[in-house]
Design a protein around this ligand. Sequence first.
Ligand code: COI
Length: 363
Amino acid sequence: MTSDLTIDVIPSERPRSAEDRAALLKEPGFGQVFTDHMVTARYVEGRGWHDARLTAYQPLTLDPATSVLHYGQAIFEGLKAYHQPDGAVALFRPDQNAARFQRSARRMAMAEVPESLFLDSLTALVRQDRDWVPTKPGESLYLRPLEFAVDAFLGVRPAKEYLFLLFASPAANYFPGGVRPVSVWLSTEYTRAAPGGTGAAKCAGNYAASLVAQAQAAEQGCDQVVWLDAVEHKYVEEMGGMNLYFVFSDGRLVTPALTGTLLPGVTRDSILAIGRDMGLDTVEGRVTTDEWEAAAADGSLTEVFACGTAAVVTPVGAVKHAHGSFNIADAQPGALTMKVRESLLGIQQGTAPDSHGWMHRVA
Ligand code: COI
């Protein structure tokens, strides 16, 4: 689907000063600081997408009957722009986010944002706010596209009007404390996604539904929840909002297969390619919780890590479940985990060759 919409640029009359920006960029953390601009576009059934504009970052005004507030037609994406050694700014695989955004829209019976509008919005915002792209290693400008239903109507049906929004947030580490192994709680009480459900869509409701399980993981003294399949409660699916990888001593790098209940992560997909580049035997398969514990005990499972856009690659050190707990090797970040992390960051930060053509220079 294409669009020849042009984005009207109406810059903020009160952008932050260079000093204010520098102070905010000092320790941005994750998701707390927002740049000076945003992009919006509107969709109305019968008219299509229109009124695409880049404006000052500003609050929204919503009618109390706005349907997303009631019935939750809301999807989002997350991707990053990286400062490059030559001063350029490049996006990592934005076409993958555009495609997933369309798949999420289809699943939620929402209007699809044309790929060209999605990509043009990213380019326009990064160009406008390029001074907000952090330059320290490991830092980036996190981009958050989202779309939601804006009909003021209480009937339950797919909305006829949608708002597309894009804004940006300078980002350092997702998890406080930087790269350290996380502990995980295997949840058998709650499930993230069931067959036929919305697990493969990046919709807001999936994240809302995850929070009680994440709170339970915290009560158990763990950092993150690990989701199991909804039918048998034995196959490992994801960790919180991230995909998982298992490293075996025989050279296998295994990630749970995309059964329809998992979110198809862009980082997950990239690591399959990086693993192949490293000569590993990459496998999209199924891992049960019993296999996980047995392989950790006999030493054939050497490392486990989680991956996602926000936190990139995060080692998993310890596992707790209703009947006990165990460590993965010495519970320290594994050598391969850190090598995969560095390989990916090297490509993203422009210090390693982009042999897959993943980086899109936009500013
Ligand atoms: C990611 O790993 O990027 C995520 O999806 C987490 C995000 C919702 C903050």
